[in-house]
Design a protein around this ligand. Structure first.
Ligand code: ARG
Length: 475
């Protein structure tokens, strides 16, 4: 084996060294070092795959695997060493090759046979996304558990349901909490879609054209835990749809967290006073001693910008790219890593804040008991008496106007007055006009009747338990 004077991965055809500024500009080790565990896993699988095709002897495989183990252990424990080699490395792939050569001498140069960093980075990044999905899914499940506990604990509490931010109809607080849980449940489906889209192994695609050494792609994929191989080498090295899918899933979660945050920020205001913010998830003012601010929720709402920003950033990077690998693709990682980290933190804070929020049951009941919220019930009552809904709506409008003129609550109008407006009003009218009756009437599946909400709670609990057993069964 000839001595190499240059340890760059591509220095052979160059006469002069790169410009220093440009060299720093094109390096990615500072952020792609995060892919090191995946890079090592791919390297291990690749070393094994090189034996049956006669590139490595069994001893060489063994030596390479031992060196990779050593590198991976040392990278975890010896920061000085990592920094030293890292400072000289162009990217994580270069880092492993350099350290491998340091360990094995010229044998270290053999591992890159038949492969390209283009397929390596795509493979590492897919493995990262698959693990990232699992982590975020655990965060979502913890948040769902917090909703479940609160929905159970507050099952008897009614509140004023709103549309257009106007009081509309009574609902159960638990129904409101489960509405958020439903959105986060959809996020799990979207996450799983992202994991399925990442679940294809590009190794064997080469730089763009494929592999000339008849490498067993399926065995490689299996060894790395992928359930399939990518179908087209040219597509495989330039495809970042799995990253888009993951960022889209993260953006969906962030958007849901942001909407939840908005609800809680409003609910914590003095005007609403629906919730008592937990001290553990609030901050004070440096100026106004009385303040307790919903910063946890505000920060979550604020951080959503950078998560959706990461999605838009990658879409923009990809939009003009020709087919196959282009160096622009190096821009796929940093924003995704940050979006992932932020979102994992947001979920942890959200789960803690939801679990420790106290709901002001008296206040919620009072708002739910505003007679105005029962106007639709009155119209429904008339419909049950055979009056077409549009007409019933009109009659109730007249009742409300009459009450306004008399300066009394419309539910206090005597039956004689009501009968003058419509003879369909009968003595049983009064008892249909309560928060309890309004809630109980909504007994369609998905409605806010207590029996339905209890069923929804049981359903969520069942789903979470099933997930817990599934995760628990894994080694
Ligand atoms: N650092 C590169 C990236 O993140 C690795 C692939 C480099 N390939 C190349 N042909 N220069 O995309």
């Amino acid at each position: 084996m000839t001595e190499r004077k240059d340890d760059r991965l591509w220095g052979g055809r160059f006469e002069r060294a790169p410009n220093e500024g440009f060299d720093a500009f094109q390096r990615s080790f500072a952020f792609d070092r995060r892919l090191l565990p995946y890079e090592i896993a791919v390297d291990r699988a690749w070393a094994r795959a090189l034996e049956p095709i006669g590139i490595f002897t069994a001893t060489e495989v063994k030596q390479t695997l031992a060196a990779l183990d050593k590198i991976s252990g040392r990278a975890r424990t010896d920061t000085g060493w990592l920094e030293k080699f890292g400072a000289e490395a162009e990217d994580v792939h270069h880092f492993v090759e350099k350290t491998l050569v340091e360990e094995l001498g010229p044998l270290g140069w053999k591992l890159h046979t038949g492969r390209s960093r283009n397929e390596l980075v795509a493979t590492d990044f897919r493995l990262f996304v698959i693990d990232a999905v699992a982590e975020v899914q655990r965060g979502l499940e913890a948040l769902l558990s917090a909703f479940l506990q609160q929905a159970k604990a507050n099952i008897g509490v009614p509140m004023a349901g709103m549309t257009h931010m106007q009081h509309a109809q009574p609902i159960l607080l638990s129904h409101f909490l489960l509405a958020h849980a439903e959105a986060f449940t959809r996020d799990i489906t979207r996450l799983q879609h992202a994991a399925a889209s990442a679940d294809a192994c590009p190794m064997g695609s080469g730089a763009l054209a494929g592999n000339s050494f008849a490498i067993d792609r399926n065995a490689l994929a299996r060894e790395l835990g992928f359930s399939r191989i990518t179908a087209n080498s040219l597509d495989a090295v330039g495809d970042r749809d799995f990253a888009l899918d993951y960022l889209f899933a993260l953006s969906g979660i962030a958007t849901h967290l942001s909407r939840l945050a908005e609800d809680f920020v409003i609910f914590a205001s003095q005007e609403f006073s629906y919730v008592i913010l937990p001290d553990e998830y609030s901050t004070g003012s440096s100026l106004m001693p009385q303040k307790k601010n919903p910063d946890a929720w505000e920060l979550m709402r604020g951080k959503t910008g950078r998560i959706t920003g990461a999605l838009l950033g990658l879409l923009t990077t990809l939009k003009g790219l020709p087919t196959s690998y282009q160096r622009d693709l190096q821009e796929d990682k940093e924003a995704l890593f940050t979006a992932h980290d932020q979102l994992a933190d947001m979920l942890a804070v959200a789960a803690g804040a939801v679990a420790s929020t106290k709901f002001n049951a008296d206040r919620l009941k009072t708002t739910a008991s505003n007679p105005a919220l029962l106007a639709t019930e009155a119209a429904d009552y008339l419909v049950h008496k055979g009056i077409p809904f549009r007409q019933a709506h009109d009659i109730v409008g007249k009742v409300l106007r009459e009450a306004e003129e008399q300066h009394v609550s419309w539910t206090a109008l005597p039956i004689d007055t009501l009968k003058k407006i419509s003879p369909a009003f009968e003595a049983d009218f009064a008892k249909s006009l309560s928060v309890e009756a309004a809630l109980a009437a909504k007994k369609v599946p998905g409605g806010t009747a207590p029996e339905n909400v209890r069923a929804a709670i049981a359903d969520l609990e069942g789903r979470l338990n099933k997930k817990a057993t599934k995760t628990g069964a894994k080694p």
